[in-house]
Write a protein that binds this ligand. Structure first.
Ligand SMILES: [Zn+2]
Length: 131
C-alpha cells in the first residue's frame, strides 16, 4: 500500500479540477483508492519545516509496511508565500521542486526502504518530477 502526503487545501474537497488532478496522479501510479492519506499545509514544505514530525510519520509508515511515499505539491499553494514571500509562478514552481527534493531526501535518510515519488499538481494538470 502507498502513502500519500498532500496539502490540506480545501480545494481538494470542493474543486473538481483538483480532484481530477489527484485522480490522474493516482491513476498514473496505478493506485486505486487504497492509500494512507497524510495532509498538512504545504505538503513537502510542511514536511521539510518539521523534520522531527516528518521522521515520526516516516517511522509509522515503515512500521505499517509502506514501500512507496507519494508527495504531491500543488501550485497556487497558500503556504508558500507565507514562508518565502510573494512568488511568481516560475519561482513558486522552483520552490516546490526544491522542497519536494528536500522532502525526498528526508525519506531516504530516515527510511531508505521507502521510495519517494514526487509530483507537482496545477489544478487538473500534474507533472512527475524525477528525483
Ligand atoms: Zn497548499
Amino acid at each position: 500500500m502507498i502513502w500519500i502526503i498532500r496539502c490540506s487545501d480545501r480545494r481538494y474537497r470542493f474543486n473538481p479540477s483538483y480532484q481530477n488532478g489527484l485522480k490522474g496522479i493516482l491513476s498514473a501510479e496505478n493506485i486505486q483508492n487504497d492509500y494512507h492519506d497524510l495532509r498538512c499545509f504545504g505538503a513537502a514544505l510542511g514536511f521539510v519545516l518539521n523534520p522531527g514530525w516528518a521522521a515520526n510519520q516516516l517511522k509509522i509508515a515503515a512500521h505499517l509496511g509502506k514501500k512507496r511515499f507519494l508527495i504531491v505539491d500543488h501550485m497556487d499553494c497558500h503556504a508558500y508565500p507565507l514562508e518565502f514571500g510573494p512568488l511568481s509562478t516560475t519561482n513558486e514552481r522552483r520552490k516546490h521542486i526544491e522542497m519536494l527534493t528536500k522532502a525526498s531526501a528526508l525519506v531516504r535518510k530516515h527510511q531508505p526502504e521507502i521510495t519517494p515519488i514526487i509530483y507537482i499538481q496545477d489544478g487538473h494538470r500534474y507533472e512527475k518530477i524525477a528525483v
